[in-house]
Design a protein around this ligand. Structure first.
Ligand SMILES: *[C@@H]1O[C@H](CO)[C@@H](O)[C@H](O)[C@H]1NC(C)=O
Ligand SMILES: *[C@@H]1O[C@H](CO)[C@@H](O)[C@H](O)[C@H]1NC(C)=O
Ligand SMILES: *[C@@H]1O[C@H](CO)[C@@H](O)[C@H](O)[C@H]1NC(C)=O
Ligand SMILES: *[C@@H]1O[C@H](CO)[C@@H](O)[C@H](O)[C@H]1NC(C)=O
Ligand SMILES: *[C@@H]1O[C@H](CO)[C@@H](O)[C@H](O)[C@H]1NC(C)=O
Length: 547
């Protein structure tokens, strides 16, 4: 964030303490490794890797399955020139990518010092606190393979500059812990794969070459990176998932790579049902089909931008807004439905081209409508959205969340919490119509209960109802049992999520499938799954007060 010259002038003397793998600190000072950065002596210091709190499964379930209102923390650990130009002043080569920063400056220690300063200051606990106070419950955290440390730089273009990343894993761990302090979930996103998955500067390189898929070695190394991440993070409460690749080319080998990566990640003990995200290479249908053919917790990440093609330029902002509310809504809905709801829009922004804006008489209002349409559509058609990006140098309200908040975007994202607290327009009264169908004589009794039962007794009402049903000497059929159980589970789930910071179940289909699996056939008899699903869906809707 700070200009290089300022940082160089303010260099302090650092102490280098070597770390052995695993994070324990060897107290021996290795001043011989110290060198100078533009004449100022620097001695850099090892940072221990902190440990995470004990895994809290119930909280993690809520964070992993809830509907996401997220921002991307772009240019914190993977740098893009247009977002943080000050870090590129002394970069090498094309001055576009992470590698140009690492290889630039006077020495690796200069780059290291500058990056460590950036990791420390660009985003802090205050930012997570601000995000939480606006109703943001998740962040997507782009990292590169280099972020895992020097060992992972070996045999890559980062190898000569490996020591720049000596402490970076420690900063990543700290970032996740800071988010945890504010109950914010973190999707760890592999933005830069070994060899590059897309040839773009935001994958870490400037030579435009996408060299991941044509090299077994690069694919193996990338799988090692993903396995390491899974081992370190699958039992961390607020890590909501790992994204295998960001915006890969739609290479013929992509699907095979995904299958292999997922199966290696799933092999890690405790990662059997850990959420794994895949980017769809901008091919919504193809990867929706891929997810639909699996039953495990795989999520499709689709990115939605309106500024990158000449077609985009030719349309007015209003035309884009119209497209979002019609054709884009339809295609997202249909993809999501096809894959049991396992879809997010992991990048979008309020950015429009000057051409699109110039066709509008009121550009401010046009941008606001464009953003609002995206929020509405992504919120209703998918399980979550993530704005690109939280901040950048020279913030503008197209690309920068902090500037868009309260201008192009609403001032906060708490609308659901309000409706959850008040439990909707029926005053929160539980709707048991679904059960009336198979017990018509209960209706009168229940109508009375509906109007008199205080909220905390409503679940008891359902139990009461079940018992009465048994008392009538006409036992519930297996279908009825599954539906009743589903209703209770759905209702309770809504309450549990809501009590956690106004959360709402997002990955509904996956949650129901995983619940049925967990309950087993003694609770949900084989063949009665559709009844459980129907009951759950109604219970959830009643519990959320939105029926
Ligand atoms: C390491 O360096 C620090 C700071 O220069 C110094 O205080 C300390 O005594 C040194 N320790 C050893 C073991 O040399
Ligand atoms: C180092 O100093 C030289 C000359 O004084 C300057 O051109 C260069 O930008 C400086 N490099 C850094 C990393 O500040
Ligand atoms: C995660 O936790 C589970 C349950 O405690 C344990 O069996 C598993 O080994 C852990 N996995 C890792 C990678 O630490
Ligand atoms: C339901 O009520 C009707 C009319 O009051 C009665 O004829 C019928 O037998 C009752 N059914 C059961 C299952 O109790
Ligand atoms: C209801 O189920 C119980 C326990 O399985 C059984 O004893 C009873 O006969 C059943 N009643 C009817 C009406 O089927």
């Amino acid at each position: 964030m700070l200009p290089w010259n300022f940082i160089a002038g303010a260099l302090k003397v650092f102490v280098l303490l070597r770390t052995v793998a695993g994070g324990s600190v060897d107290k021996q000072n290795q001043t011989s490794e110290a060198n100078s950065c533009n004449g100022t002596k620097i001695v850099v210091q090892d940072r221990p890797v902190e440990s995470f709190p004990l895994f809290d499964r119930p909280t993690s379930t809520i964070m992993r399955y809830r509907s996401q209102r997220a921002v991307n923390l772009g240019s914190w650990f993977v740098h893009e020139q247009w977002m943080t130009p000050s870090l590129f002043i002394n970069a090498a080569g094309a001055k576009l990518s992470e590698l140009d920063i690492a290889s630039g400056g006077d020495s690796p220690n200069c780059a290291r010092q500058m990056l460590e300063d950036h990791w420390k200051t660009f985003i802090t606990a205050k930012d997570f606190s601000d995000l939480a106070s606006k109703g943001i419950n998740t962040v997507r955290l782009p990292i590169g393979y280099w972020s895992l440390g020097p060992e992972f730089c070996q045999g890559t273009p980062f190898s000569p500059f490996a020591d720049v990343y000596h402490n970076s894993w420690s900063f990543i761990v700290q970032a996740i812990k800071m988010a945890a302090d504010f109950e914010i979930g973190v999707l760890v996103d592999l933005h830069g794969a070994v060899g590059s998955q897309n040839g773009q500067p935001h994958s870490g390189i400037s030579n435009k070459h996408a060299g991941l898929f044509d090299s077994e070695t690069n694919m193996d190394k990338t799988i090692d990176v993903l396995t390491f991440l899974t081992e370190k993070l699958c039992n961390v409460t607020n890590v909501i998932g790992i994204q295998v690749l960001n915006e890969p080319q739609d290479d013929p080998g992509l699907i095979d790579f995904y299958i292999r990566a997922i199966s290696e990640m799933r092999r890690v003990p405790g990662a059997e049902s850990f959420p794994i995200y895949i980017h769809d290479a901008f091919n919504l249908e193809k990867f929706s089909d891929f997810v639909s053919q699996r039953s495990d917790f795989i999520v499709q990440d689709h990115h939605s931008y309106f500024v990158f093609t000449s077609q985009d330029e030719k349309k007015s902002a209003s035309q884009h807004t119209e497209d979002i509310r019609t054709s884009i809504l339809r295609s997202l809905f249909s993809a999501s439905k096809n894959e049991r709801g396992n879809l997010i829009v992991g990048e979008w922004s309020c950015a429009l081209t000057p051409e699109s804006l110039s066709m509008e008489s009121d550009q401010v209002a046009a941008r606001e409508k464009f953003c609002k349409a995206q929020l509405d559509v992504y919120s209703s058609a998918t399980a979550g959205w993530s704005f690109w990006s939280y901040k950048k140098e020279d913030c503008d309200n197209g690309w920068c969340f902090t500037a868009a908040l309260g201008t192009a975007l609403p001032p906060d994202f708490f609308s659901y919490r309000q409706s959850c607290d008040s439990l909707g327009s029926n005053g929160g009264l539980i709707n048991l119509r679904s059960f009336d169908a198979f017990a018509p004589n209960m209706t009168q009794d229940l109508d009375m209960k509906r109007s008199t039962t205080p909220f905390h007794h409503r679940l008891a009402t359902i139990h009461y109802y079940r018992l009465r049903r048994l008392d009538t000497d006409s036992n519930m059929t297996a279908e009825e049992q599954s539906e009743t159980k589903g209703y209770e589970d759905g209702f309770l789930t809504a309450k549990q999520f809501c009590e956690h910071d106004g959360s709402r179940l997002g990955f509904i289909g996956q949650f129901i499938d995983d619940s049925i699996k967990a309950l087993g056939p003694t609770v949900v008899q084989s063949g009665t799954e559709p009844d459980y699903i129907a009951g759950f869906t109604r219970g959830l809707s009643d519990g959320e007060g939105s029926s």
